[in-house]
Design a protein around this ligand. Structure first.
Ligand code: DHB
Length: 496
């Protein structure tokens, strides 16, 4: 009798629950797809079904950005890998859009992958709360939105085609940083209360692979890396004495940072402040040699030494895809006087001073400081100062050094936001599921952040046993979604 009575109560409770309107639940209607097609640059027409405007949280704060679009090509099934492209740039808000024939989104669809384009809030996005304008996209909100999108895919795994164990993220610049964060912070409990408060689905948000083009990340060490690398270039020589003092102070912080990371080269020897510049040099030589082997002209004038005998070993063994590539990054250097095109000739050395001056001659450096500049010696606030700002729209310092220059200190809240936006703190952390596969690119003449930012990310991942395909592609400025044949043949290998 008792059992029957309690069964009856349970039934009654369940019926009550069923009657509740479901306005506060995540929605996915498999019947809502619309058919569309995309014509690729080669003329191939890709037919797909689009599921648009899928809100990935129940407590939607910003209805302009907190939804995603999903595109399912003909023939996709439960085993099909999922390609997630974020269009975040400049740490700005990013609205979910449509596949683009010219970039990796269209290419992913053409390869038969399920494509996901999530929107996300950013440093300038605001909503009206009563009469107030509130900034709701400051760090780490963009990452939280992207994590919520990943959880949504798993939440509706039974209804949405695609294999959620094969999610590949892709982004460029600040989007490359977001991609690196999706890859490096999977399931870390520090994000959990924030995701819960947003009404993200419960569950996992780790991914299978991260594609990161020129990630502007490790923001709390970006200024010291920048001045350590570029502070002595000619372009910094004519600056005011007060700026030169800042350059010296920042550059002096970098050695202890590098030493603190305890990174190792592939031969197991320790990377430190003394051998780090040589490590960069070897990576750039490798890049130039690859380009040269593929037919590019490498000018003598920018610091290279050539020989008919090999004297060079690859410093980073990139695992899958590190063989001499058939498909180069494209964008070959212009013909220059005294350039070398002879195949079979080896680059044996590089004068880094000359090379860095060459990089800086192709595009002016950022100011001093480049990233945490707000109120430091009259410098204007950077986008990053806005990224760490508050809901009222303030710009905020995010390094202890810059804060001290402006007579303040970092609050615990800002310190935590800085940590939550830096993949370096999560790689090797046992509470985190770091993606097993990584494809990282930073152009060999990209000066938007210093080479060590991408190099440290790649090296730390490699040291943690991850499969890392890393290059500083020759003659590339700040850009993304290039050499798509190379990228998609790497993806085809890892998803097999
Ligand atoms: C981007 C570029 C930058 O130089 C920067 O500091 C932050 C973001 C970008 O292109 O996304």
């Amino acid at each position: 009798k008792l059992i029957i009575a309690s069964l009856g109560m349970m039934l009654a409770i369940n019926m009550n629950a069923a009657k509740k309107p479901k306005t506060n639940a995540l929605q996915f209607n498999p019947e809502s797809g619309v058919k569309a097609s995309l014509t690729m640059p080669n003329g191939k027409v890709v037919n797909y079904t689009a599921y648009n405007k899928l809100y990935f949280v129940t407590n939607v704060e910003d209805s302009t950005y907190q939804y995603m679009n999903i595109f399912v090509p003909e023939g996709a099934n439960e085993q099909t890998p999922i390609f997630l492209r974020t269009y975040v740039g400049g740490y700005m808000p990013s609205q979910a859009g449509n596949p683009q024939a010219q970039d990796a989104s269209g290419r992913a669809l053409a390869e038969g992958y399920v494509l996901v384009i999530p929107g996300s809030r950013g440093r300038t996005s605001t909503v009206k709360k009563g009469k107030k304008t509130v900034y709701t996209g400051r760090a780490p909100k963009a990452l939280l939105d992207l994590k919520a999108a990943i959880r949504y895919l798993r939440h509706f795994d039974n209804l949405i085609p695609g294999n959620t164990e094969k999610i590949i993220t892709d982004g460029t610049s600040a989007g490359g940083a977001m991609s690196s964060l999706m890859g490096a912070t999977g399931n870390n409990p520090a994000y959990e209360p924030l995701l819960k408060a947003m009404g993200a689905a419960n569950g996992r948000d780790d991914v299978f692979a991260s594609v990161c083009y020129c990630p502007i990340t490790d923001l709390d060490h970006a200024d010291m890396a920048y001045e350590w690398l570029y502070g002595n270039t000619d372009s910094r020589k004519n600056l005011a004495a007060s700026k030169k003092t800042l350059i010296k102070e920042l550059a002096a912080q970098f050695p202890s940072y590098i030493n603190s990371l305890g990174l190792k080269k592939t031969d197991g020897t320790l990377l430190n402040a003394d051998n780090y510049l040589d490590y960069i040099k070897q990576i750039i030589i490798r890049s130039a040699q690859d380009a040269k082997d593929a037919g590019a002209d490498i000018p003598d004038s920018i610091g290279f030494t050539f020989s008919s005998e090999a004297a060079f070993q690859a410093p980073i063994n990139g695992g899958v895809g590190m063989a001499r590539p058939a498909a180069m990054g494209g964008g070959m250097p212009p013909m220059m006087m005294g350039s070398r095109k002879k195949v079979g000739e080896y680059i044996t050395d590089l004068d880094m001073n000359k090379y860095l001056n060459y990089v800086v001659s192709t595009q002016a450096l950022k100011g001093v400081p480049s990233f945490d500049s707000y109120n430091v010696n009259g410098a204007a606030a950077s986008g990053e100062n806005g990224e760490f700002g508050n809901e009222q729209g303030s710009d905020v310092n995010f390094t202890a050094w810059a804060a001290a220059k402006t007579g303040s200190t970092l609050s615990d809240e800002i310190k935590e936001n800085v940590r939550l936006l830096n993949p370096m703190y999560f790689i090797g952390d046992t509470a985190t599921s770091v993606a097993p596969h990584w494809y990282i690119r930073h152009g060999a003449r990209d000066r938007d952040t210093a080479f060590p930012i991408a190099i440290n990310l790649a090296t730390k991942l490699q040291n943690a046993g991850k499969d890392v395909n890393f290059k500083l592609p020759w003659n590339r400025p700040h850009s993304g979604d290039y050499a798509l044949n190379e990228l998609f043949s790497w993806i085809a290998k890892i998803v097999k």
